[in-house]
Design a protein around this ligand. Sequence first.
Ligand code: UDP
Length: 240
Amino acid sequence: DMNIIGTIRLLQAMQAASVKHIVFSSSATVYGQPESSPILEDFPTRVENIYGRTKLVMEDLIRDLARTNKLSGAANLRYFNPVGAHPSALIGETPRGVPNNLMPYVTQVATGERPHLNVFGNDYNTPDGTGVRDYIHVVDLAEAHALALEHIFANNVSVTVNLGTGEGTSVLQLVRAFERATGREIKTLIAPRRPGDVASYYANPALAETLFGWKAKLNVEDMCRDAWRWQAKRAGINDI
Ligand code: UDP
């Protein structure tokens, strides 16, 4: 797997160049199907797919290197659901083919590239029956990285930290927020549950605040507005 091989090569190159600090992009997927939310960093990790396995292997490798002083500082950052784009609309995401993730799918419904959003299940044990996630704006995520790097340089420590807002948002809440933020209507159809999906999944992000002095500032409407600004620009639509 490129994740693992690439990380090993990077760690080797770091050693050769005497670079001793690393910030690693991990994922909340390492918690698998958690017992409950909000999720804390000391919850058990569970491997449920290959992607989750690769993230856990790399986290373990980095923690081992830190423990044996081959690295002086490391931050394993467990992202929840990163969405949005830079507000300049100069940096964003363009998944290949049909998007798997909710926000890129919604933005493509808004441009007319897709007729409607399939809502994967509305009979979950959540307030409106649709899946709940902890969406985090990529700009907040980027700021957390800069602060994490400062923290591990200043303290020479190895830390494992959740990055989320701590707010759970359902699929239908996100759709409504998108409509409010952009003035575009998103047609939805209820579809069967997607295999492997968890009902509700959100962070307790308190450790990031304690260690880095970081807290997410942008809300779901900000995420929708910036995701749309990016997608609209790509589609040649001038409306924000
Ligand atoms: N989802 C949906 N329709 C889609 C894509 C996603 O209803 O076309 C739902 C999905 O079931 C989940 C939430 O949106 O409850 C977030 O899904 P995503 O794939 O973005 O993130 P993940 O499931 O990996 O947390």
